[in-house]
Design a binder for this molecule. Structure first.
Ligand SMILES: [Zn+2]
Length: 299
């Protein structure tokens, strides 16, 4: 892997380069062991499974690549991260984990609980990211409905879920939702395709100028829904490519007619780094955090 974290939990994700790693760690333990037995290795945390990783090629020339990279380290590194064989087996950065939408981690695993805690504390950012990706300004009642669906699906136990992909997997595990009544960005490709393919729908009113509400035109009725499908995680070489597809459809046929589709690439550093952006810059929405607090309880 080419990216790492310097502690477990919602820590920022950094590139594994000598410059970034030295500045961030100041060459201190537990990142630099200073132990001759450990062969001068450096340690960090896997951004996907939270296990320890060792850094390869930081100070030694490699034959296959000119850049240092991280490799899972199957032991606990004191002061940094505990090793979990179970999380390692599910790790998407391992390259051979098999993931299907119905796969769930056991309740006992620590990761689902960490994911739920993060969702509760960052629900406004999760909603914000999905809103920017989709051009939908989700209403509070829709977000509550999505959250209840996600919890009902046990989305936090989905094998493909990590801390860093939480916003997109939240969308993935909230299944199909109705688009009627939501505000969408007027100049977006989504609005354009709805106007082109759905004569039953008009975009009306606007409380902010840039957004219009998805409403019935009165000609006839059509079901209009959105969902996130095709969550794909692929370890390529030393890195991971991950994507999800935002899909809007009309009608109740099987399969329903596609109105709009957009593939979203997931950057593992984006969400963790946004969490660590100062509040006044990132903008926080207390009402959404309260909503998440009402729905996610008992953790
Ligand atoms: Zn891992």
């Amino acid at each position: 892997m080419r990216k790492c974290k310097l502690r477990t939990g919602s820590a920022p994700v950094i590139e594994i380069t000598r410059e970034a790693f030295e500045s961030a760690t100041e060459k201190k333990p537990p990142y630099y062991s200073g132990d001759p037995k450990s062969d001068g290795r450096q340690f960090a945390v896997c951004p996907a499974c939270e296990n320890p990783i060792k850094i390869i090629g930081m100070y030694k020339k490699l034959t296959l690549t000119d850049k240092p990279y991280g490799k899972h380290f199957p032991h606990t590194v004191k002061g940094l991260a505990s090793y979990s064989q179970q999380e390692y087996e599910y790790c998407i950065l391992r390259g051979s984990a098999k993931i299907s939408k119905s796969s769930r981690r056991p309740e006992s695993s620590g990761m689902p609980r960490e994911i739920l805690k993060l969702l509760r504390s960052q629900f406004d950012l999760v909603a914000d990211i999905l809103s920017k990706e989709t051009d939908i300004r989700f209403s509070r009642s829709l977000l509550r409905h999505m959250l209840r669906t996600y919890l009902g699906e046990q989305g936090h136990r989905y094998f493909g879920a990590t801390l860093y992909n939480l916003p997109w997997v939240f969308g993935y595990m909230s299944n199909s939702q109705k688009l009627y009544g939501q505000y969408i960005r007027k100049d977006s490709p989504l609005a354009h395709m709805i106007q082109l393919r759905c004569p039953e729908i008009i975009l009306t009113g606007s409380d902010s100028g840039d957004y219009a509400q998805v409403s019935k035109s009165g000609v006839s009725f059509v079901d209009l829904n959105f969902c996130f499908i095709h969550h794909r995680q692929k370890a390529t070489g030393y890195d991971l490519s991950e994507s999800i597809t935002f899909h809007v459809s009309r009608g109740l046929g099987t399969p329903p007619e596609t109105v709009y589709e957009k593939t979203i690439e997931i950057d593992p550093a984006f969400f963790p780094n946004l969490i660590h952006t100062p509040r006044e810059i990132a903008g926080r929405k207390e009402a959404l955090l309260a909503l998440a607090g009402e729905e996610i309880t008992g953790i």
